[in-house]
Structure formats: C-alpha cells, structure tokens
Design a protein around this ligand. Structure first.
Ligand code: ADP
Ligand code: ZN
Ligand code: ZN
Length: 753
C-alpha cells in the first residue's frame, strides 16, 4: 500500500502544506493535529485532505499527534470554510485564525511551549456505587442497618442509589456537585468501600426534556408559522418581516422547540450579543440547559469549553451568538435564525475575512441542509429583493401582539422652533412637553443621539480653528466627564484648550452635541428626573452595561440617553416617549445606503416606545422635515421606502443589483500611496473598465499616522463574480511583487457596506 499524506491547514496566510502520516496514526479529515512548521515552531493544524500523492517538497515532515478525540470540524464546516476563503478572497489559514477560539489551536516556539498553551479541561469528581453495592436491595438493607449509627451517611448512600439516571454521565456516574454533601463525606463513603470516585472532565449535562413551555401563538402568528412551514420545501430561506412587538421572537421559539424536539441543533444569530441579554434570558426561561450563549466577551476558557462541548454533541443544542457563532461545530444543524437580519454589525469589516454573517448563515445552512429564518421589522433591501425575486419565502406581521399599539410619530421642525423661540438647550417644545407629560405620570423616556461625548468639536469664534488629532484626519471630541479632548479613531487624548493657538482668542465654541451634552441638558430641564446614559463610554464592562439597563428596567432611572446601543433588542414596558434629538445627520449622509439605514434606525428607535397598553409617542427633531425618509418613517411605510430605494439602486446598479468590492490601500508614505493607488486602479481598469471607481480618499483619510485611499469595483448581477476574483487574484499577486509598491498594504472587502 502506498504511503499516506495529509494536507494540513495552518493558522497562517499560507496555502495548506503536505505532511506524511506515520503508520499507526489514525486520522480523519477535520482532525486537529500538532505539526512542526519552520525550524522548531509547533502549530495546531487541521487535516484538510488525506491522499496518497507524493508531495513535491524534498523533505516531508511527519504529522505529530492528534489533539482531540473528535474532529474539530465536521464535513459541512470544512465546505463552509472553503466557500469563505474563495468568496472573501483569503486563505483557509486566515479563516482558521478567525474561526477557532485561541485555546483550541495552541502553538508554541517549541514542544514545551506548545504543551503549556494547550487547553486542559476542568475536571471534577464523578462517583458511582462500587461493584459489590450494585444491587439496589442490598444497598437499601445496608442503609437500614447503619441508619441509627450514621444517619447522614445512610441518607447520602440512598440519594446516590436513587439518583436520576438522566442526570448521570454516559458511564452512569454522578457529578459530585449535584449531591448535597462535602468532600469529606464522599471520602468516607469511598473509604468504607461503598462508592468509587473518578476525576473526570467536566461536561455540561443537557436535559433530555422536550416539553418546552411555550405560549400559544396568536391567530396572526399561527398563520405566519404555517406559511413558514408550508413553504419549507420550496424555499430553504424565509424572510419574516414583522413590526417590532408583533411576536417574531415567539415564532422563532416555536420553530426552535420543534427542531430541538426532533434532535436537531439550532443557531440563533443576534447582532451584538452584549446588547441582547433580555433575549438570552427569554430563551433560557424556555429552553434551559439547551442554551449556549457564545460571544467575544466570554473568557478564552469558556469559549473553548463551548466549542469542544458542541464538537462532542450529537444534537439538541441551541446556540445563541453574534456572527462568530457561525463557526461553532453543530453536528446536526437544522435551523438557523438570523434576528434583526438588516443589522450592519453582521458584517465583519476590520479584519480578514470581511464576511457578512447573514449571507454566511444562508450558505452554511444550505451546506448543512438546514433551514433559515431571517427576521426583521425593516429587512435589508438585499433580503427584501430576494423575497420579491422569489428566492426567499416571505411573510409579514403588521400588528403588534395583544393590546399594545404602534407609537405615534411626530416630526418636530427645529428651524421653526428656533424662529418661534421654542427651543431650549437642544430640545424643541414638542419634545419637552411630551417628556413632561410622561414623567408626570411616572412613565419613562428614552433619548437617542448618535454621537457620544460632549461636543464633536470646539471651534475658535475668531479664526475658525478647530482642534484636530495629530495622527488622524479628524477633529477631537470633547468629553466632559473626563475633561479631555479625545480622538474616536485612535484614542489619542489632549487637554481641553482654553484659547486658540492661532489667534489667541479665548472664545472657543462647542459645536454640535453628543450624548454627554444631552445628559447635562436634561438635568437642567428636568432637575427632578433621574437620568442615565448608555454609550460606549459608560458601558466599559458588561456589568456596567447590565447595571444601567437593570436600573432603567426597574424604574430606578426615568430617562435614558444613549447612542445606537439603546435601539437594540430592548423591551422596556414603561417607556412612553422616545426622542430623537437630531435626525439630520442620519438622513443627509452621502452614502447610497443612507436612506435605508436612516429608515431602519429611526423605525427601530421608535419601536422602543409604548410596548404595552398605552400608546407611545416618538418625537423626531429635524430641520429636514420634508425629507421623504422621514415621511416613510412616520407612516411606517416600508414598502414605499423599498420601492423608491430599489428604483434608485437599479438605476445606478448598486446592491442588490450588483456586488461591490472595496480595495483599501494603506501606507505611511502619502506620495507613495498616491502613486501606487493610481497604478493599481489603472491596472484594474485594464481588466474591468468603467466598473472601477477611484482612487478616492475616505472621509477620514489618515488614521494613526497611516494614509488611506480606496478603490471600488462594481460587478453587476449576471456577471461572473468568480471570474472577477480570478482576475483580481492575479492583480494582487502582481502588486505584491511590484518593486516600488509592494510596501503598500491592500485589503479587500467583498460586499462592502
Ligand atoms: P418581536 O420579536 O417581533 O419584537 P416579541 O416576540 O418580542 O416581538 O413580542 C412582543 C411582546 O409580546 C413580548 O413581550 C412577547 O412576550 C409578547 N407576545 C408576543 N406573542 C405572544 C404570544 N403568542 N403569547 C404571549 N405573549 C406574546
Ligand atoms: Zn482662532
Ligand atoms: Zn487619532
């Protein structure tokens, strides 16, 4: 028989390498192994392919040992990684780097370091009745015999003999933590020969119970659930378009329960897990121990335990996580739910692979043979178009559940308020009155402002000077709590200036306003009200965040001021007024998605008002009251927004009528960058003609001292994306070899947002 080789993927931006498989080492594709790379370095690698083809290399190294008793990747995960690497134009190694928790893939400069980095599972004592006490009657008799002399021991022995078999491990052993006793009592039982005790890896016991306690669906919800079920054969993906409070989550739970009961796994993706504690609690109330919450705030140890637990599992798991949960091993994946599918945080933008989690969910599900439910009150135009084109199933829920009614949305014209002298401290009279009414009857208020800090910049009234970051091309934001000027791009801070360094004027004016300034203004307008602020500056830890949310939930605070953070996933029952302090910067941005985004954000903010019986009020302050987006928001007219936006996107072949790829070029040398970008764009134009745009400078074109230019490529639907990627790979190869420009870094963002 010919010799066996393994192609191994390493967590590097490199292709897979071939290693020889020593006789006697049993390997499967997807296994994790320790392999040597370079002179001494030891990495964790993934066995990608086993074959008998003699590699070209002179010396072929041998695979080291296998790291886990199960493969780290199942078959559909491997196909998923391959798709990612191809579509997002990166290597399998880069996917590996991102997809696996760090402790799962130890590495080291030598064997000892590797061993030190390896994951060692937490263990705990498991105990069982000794062989000679296996007979239940014998134990019962023994208990009677010793009961008088040692009542506690008899009781414990009885408890062990009668312990619920479903809560034991596979070997029939009982985890000690589930018994009410201490180590000394266990040691005594063991010494007396009643029981055996083994130290074993701690495993999560999953309850086998499938009697989930779900509320009954309303008639409207039932109709939608039936649509989703009955379209399953025709459409693997279903878009559930339902307004906030219509019960989308209840419908998810209905399908989750079905899937779990049938032994399948479910992946529930949420935009930002830190902001969804309410949803996780709700899921845990119903699905209990089936729930695994997975996100970047977990410790490396916990993430690794979760990963390995799932790799061992044979179904019945509910994973709730942010986009990174897509990479967990789910061996019987049958349902993927993407909540708030329009949310832009599904896109990973900062590091390769720059993947879109929602799109990936659809691909992963099709590879695993699972179904997908995409849910949103304001679907992305991409998903909406797919539904219209018949690619996705589509259902709609247009009424809130129960008595709760949609809020009344009022546009408050800031210009007019100023003219009439009805504006105080960033608040128009309409908003002040609505807040006063709400607070007067013990209700709560949420205020949304999409900038944090006190003011985005300070300007000299004499010469117009503004204070800028020395490393980035932006103005510094003033923060009142820390009394510092801060760069929101690189974190640079400086003292608040007292006078203008250019003309020595002391009259520096704060321009614009952020959440801090609103918090201060509220305190002046409503001195009795208790105000809290939720933004990146106040929620530096999960516990700080939880405290702010809990205080507002319990009514300990009356007014919550915040950024986007307050718009997501909350269900506060006492909020009757929501104020948007300035909608102008949402609707007037030059981005082709700005109308869609503004509609989504404002609708979502508005959805926080009046989630119970009383009708809520939303006041949107703007000086662009005639802007069509605001009209659609007020009327809740998603269809009109979609019609108008899709027509425009079609006219300019923007997504969903095309795919956009963004090339970002960076260098500390501005001249070099300019020349190199011009060259790269010219080479691209030779291949793609007028589909190439740029190079152009992004709004902030210098960050941390590095200059940035961008080139965009637009590939219309119907054109071959894979052919485009092929040409691009050639070009990137050429750029990497180029004598003059190879020091410029180029990153690619496929389906940029
Ligand atoms: P969405 O996810 O669409 O915003 P939710 O599922 O959160 O809507 O429902 C809004 C509120 O109505 C929640 O408090 C939820 O518990 C309640 N609710 C929705 N449907 C039902 C139902 N069928 N039975 C009981 N309560 C429901
Ligand atoms: Zn000046
Ligand atoms: Zn900076």
């Amino acid at each position: 028989m010919s010799h066996l080789y393994a192609d191994i993927v390493l967590p590097l931006a490199q292709p897979a390498y071939s290693y020889s498989v020593p006789a006697g080492l049993e390997l499967r594709e997807g296994d994790a192994v320790a392999v040597q790379f370079g002179a001494r370095y030891i990495y964790t690698g993934i066995v990608w392919r086993l074959h008998n083809e003699q590699p070209n290399a002179k010396r072929v190294k041998a695979v080291g040992r296998r790291l886990y008793d199960v493969p780290l990747l199942n078959a559909h995960q491997m196909r998923f990684w391959e798709w990612l690497a191809e579509y997002y134009m990166c290597t399998l190694g880069e996917v590996m780097r991102m997809a696996l928790p760090s402790l799962v893939k130890p590495r080291g400069a030598n064997e000892a370091e590797f061993l030190g980095a390896e994951f060692s599972p937490r263990t705990e004592p498991y105990l069982a009745l000794a062989e000679e006490w296996a007979d239940a009657e014998k134990v019962a008799a023994e208990c009677e015999r010793i009961r008088r002399r040692a009542p506690r021991r008899a009781e414990l022995l009885e408890q062990i003999a009668q312990f619920d078999p479903r809560r034991r491990n596979e070997l029939g052993e009982i985890p000690r933590r589930l018994l009410e006793c201490d180590a000394a009592q266990i040691a005594a039982l063991r010494k007396a020969g009643y029981i055996t005790v083994e130290e074993r890896e701690r495993r999560v016991e999953r309850s086998a119970d499938v009697g989930f306690n779900l509320p009954e669906l309303s008639l409207a919800q039932q109709r939608v659930a039936e649509q989703i079920s009955s379209s399953a054969d025709e459409h693997k993906v279903h878009l559930l378009h339902g307004i906030t409070g219509s019960g989308k989550t209840e419908i998810y739970m209905h399908f989750i329960a079905q899937t779990l009961a049938a032994g399948g796994d479910v992946l529930l993706l949420v935009p930002e897990i830190a902001l969804t504690s309410q949803l996780i609690e709700r899921m845990e109330r119903v699905f209990g121990s089936r729930v695994t919450a997975y996100h970047s705030k977990l410790t490396a140890l916990r993430r690794t335990e979760n990963y390995l637990h799932l790799a061992h599992s044979s179904g019945g798991e509910l994973v709730i996580g942010a986009r990174s949960a897509l990479f967990l091993p789910m061996n019987r994946l049958q349902l993927v739910v993407v909540d708030e599918e329009h949310d832009s945080s599904y896109k990973q933008s900062d590091t390769a692979p720059r993947y879109q989690g929602r799109d990936c969910a659809v691909v992963l599900a099709s590879l695993a043979g699972a179904r997908v439910i995409l849910g949103s009150a304001t679907p992305s135009l991409e998903s909406y178009a797919n539904a219209q084109w018949g690619k996705y199933g589509y259902s709609r829920l247009e009424e809130r559940y129960g008595e709760s009614r949609p809020p009344r949305i009022i546009l408050s014209d800031t210009m007019r308020s100023v003219k009439r002298g009805e504006r105080k401290n960033h608040f128009n009279i309409q908003l002040i009155n609505a807040m006063r009414d709400a607070l007067g009857c013990g209700e709560q208020v949420m205020l949304f402002q999409n900038r944090r800090g006190f003011t985005p910049f300070v300007q000299c009234s004499g010469c117009g000077w503004t204070m800028r970051c020395p490393h980035c091309n932006v103005t510094l934001t003033m923060h009142r709590t820390t009394n510092r000027m801060e760069c929101h791009y690189c974190g640079y801070t400086a003292n608040v200036p007292h006078s203008c360094p250019q003309c020595e004027t002391v009259d520096l004016k704060p321009m614009g306003f952020g959440t801090e300034r609103i918090e201060e203004a509220v305190a002046e307008l409503f001195p009795e009200a208790r105000v809290a602020r939720l933004d990146r500056d106040t929620s530096t830890s999960q516990s700080a965040y939880n405290r702010i949310v809990r205080d507002f939930e319990s009514g300990a605070t009356d007014i919550l001021v915040g950024t986007q953070m307050i718009t997501k996933g909350f269900d506060f029952s006492r909020v009757s007024v929501v104020g948007v302090l300035n909608a102008d910067n949402l609707i007037c941005s030059p981005d082709f998605r700005s109308s869609e985004r503004a509609f989504q954000l404002l609708t979502q903010v508005a959805g926080r008002a009046g989630r119970r019986e009383q009708e809520g009020t939303v006041v949107v302050q703007t000086s662009e009251a005639e802007h069509p987006v605001l009209g659609w928001v007020v009327r809740g007219d998603y269809d009109a927004m979609a019609r108008s936006e899709l027509a425009e996107r079609h006219a300019f072949s923007y997504p969903p009528y095309s795919h956009l790829m963004m090339f970002t070029l960076r260098s500390a040398d501005a001249m070099l960058l300019r020349r190199g970008s011009a060259w790269f764009a010219a080479r691209m134009r030779e291949k793609f003609g007028r589909r190439v745009f740029g190079p152009v400078a992004p709004p902030v074109d210098r960050v941390r001292g590095v200059y940035i230019l961008r080139i965009m490529l637009k590939i219309e639907n119907g054109r071959s994306l894979s052919r485009a990627r092929e040409l691009l790979r050639e070009l990137l190869g050429e750029a990497a070899q180029h004598e003059e420009y190879k020091s410029i870094t180029i990153s690619i963002d496929v389906d940029t947002q």
